[in-house]
Design a protein around this ligand. Structure first.
Ligand code: SF4
Length: 398
């Protein structure tokens, strides 16, 4: 893509993929499918000066249709799917007699996965193998969904809107091509790129009527939307793990203790008679401190959520920039309000996720689920630096 230079001497460049997105939208042969990450809904309206009521997901979906996307879906759908797989993986690990007491780490943040691979390679086998919601979405869109609408996966272009720059690299990993038609996610736009596209097409979201997401990849629970706030993945996973372990739902707010803005939080919960020790960190400095404390035996956890950006994805590097303000906490608070207002608070109660298992995947951790929804973090190498032309080298398989 082209580069937009923010740095006065041109040393720092931010990739701009909007031209590639417009090319895909203009090609009548292609079916364009867009997914929008949980944290985007808490921030996109800032660029248009919209208030909270105006900046609804309904208006965002309508605006994305105006610029030509054929299907507008919600990454919340696959956030729920991630919880089904990761929650099941966590319980299977706890039940395993060979369980060595090391914590399972979340792996949906590619900034954290790269940090772990570079600095603590011995911990990589403790990263959840469940793919991030973005990558699960791509794999499902180019298999289950393509089949449903009767097109070959090669004709589908899967585009994401993410709060994140690291997601652009995640979709290009050689291990993220499981639907058999090239990259499962073809292109990642940041929240800023999405708003630039809407503005360049003169879309005025405040004048649009609200429209629902498309189906069947457009429904998400309250548990999914809090993926965008630090601690949210942990909380969503515990809500469903509790159901999977005991057969009944806990109070949806039973794990609220893990919420908060402190960069490193911990809590203990009882799950089916066992005591679980969990922690959530945001910011890689905090992750580093937590890992060193773990390695020195100063702390012990069963499950750890790590987000590279302070405050989690709500404060991600692709979100609108407000000079001198830190909006991650406020945006995260908005996501918790959206969760509380959602009639579905548990990932396992998402009816479209249930249908996907019934019609296509079977059950969590099934063979097909493993193929499409899990990954091997050890199978690719970190790029060793930049090449002579100043571009980052491609990721390579191990
Ligand atoms: Fe991307 Fe930051 Fe979210 Fe990680 S925490 S997925 S780097 S926005």
């Amino acid at each position: 893509g082209q580069c937009i230079t923010h740095c006065p001497v041109g040393a720092l460049r931010e990739r701009d993929d909007t031209a590639r997105a417009f090319e895909m939208l203009a090609d009548p042969e292609l079916v364009t499918v867009v997914q929008v990450a949980p944290a985007v809904r808490a921030a996109w309206g800032e660029a248009f000066g919209l208030n909270r009521e105006q900046a609804s997901t309904g208006r965002m979906a309508a605006a994305l249709r105006r610029i030509g996307f054929d299907y507008v879906f919600d990454t919340n759908f696959t956030a729920d799917l991630t919880i089904m797989e990761e929650g099941s993986e966590f319980l299977a690990r706890q039940k395993n007699l060979n369980y060595d007491g090391r914590p399972l780490f979340t792996s949906c943040c590619p900034g954290w996965v790269r940090f772990a691979k570079a600095h603590y390679p011995a911990l990589v086998s403790d990263l959840s193998t469940a793919k991030s919601p973005q990558q699960m979405f791509g794999a499902v869109a180019k298999s289950y969904f393509a089949e449903k609408i009767g097109v070959t996966p090669e004709k589908v272009r899967c585009i994401s809107v993410m709060p994140c720059l690291a997601k652009k690299q995640e979709c290009a990993l050689p291990t993220m091509q499981d639907a058999g038609a090239g990259q499962d996610v073809d292109l990642v736009l940041t929240t800023r790129e999405m708003t630039r596209m809407l503005k360049s097409e003169h879309v005025r979201p405040e004048l649009l009527d609200e429209e629902p997401f498309d189906s069947p990849l457009g429904t998400g629970s309250g548990a999914a939307v809090i993926f965008g706030a630090t601690g949210g993945v942990m909380e969503a996973a515990l809500r469903s793990a509790c159901f999977l372990a005991t057969g009944s739902n806990p109070d949806p707010d039973a794990f609220a203790e893990i919420r908060g803005e402190k960069g490193w939080r911990e809590a203990q919960f009882s799950l089916g008679g066992d005591t679980l020790r969990v922690a959530a960190v945001s910011g890689l400095g905090n992750a580093d401190r937590l890992i060193r404390a773990l390695l020195h035996g100063e702390v012990q956890y069963d499950f750890v959520e790590v987000m590279a950006c302070p405050g989690g994805c709500a404060g991600g590097g692709g979100q609108p920039i407000c000079e001198g303000c830190e909006l991650a906490g406020e945006r995260g608070g908005l996501l918790y309000q959206i969760d509380a207002a959602n009639p579905i608070r548990f990932s396992h109660e998402n009816p479209e996720v249930q249908r996907l298992y019934q019609e296509y995947l079977g059950h969590p951790l099934s063979e097909r689920a493993h193929h499409l929804l899990h990954t091997d973090h050890t199978a690719w190498k970190m790029p060793s630096g930049v090449n002579e032309t100043g571009q980052t080298r491609e990721f390579a398989l191990q």
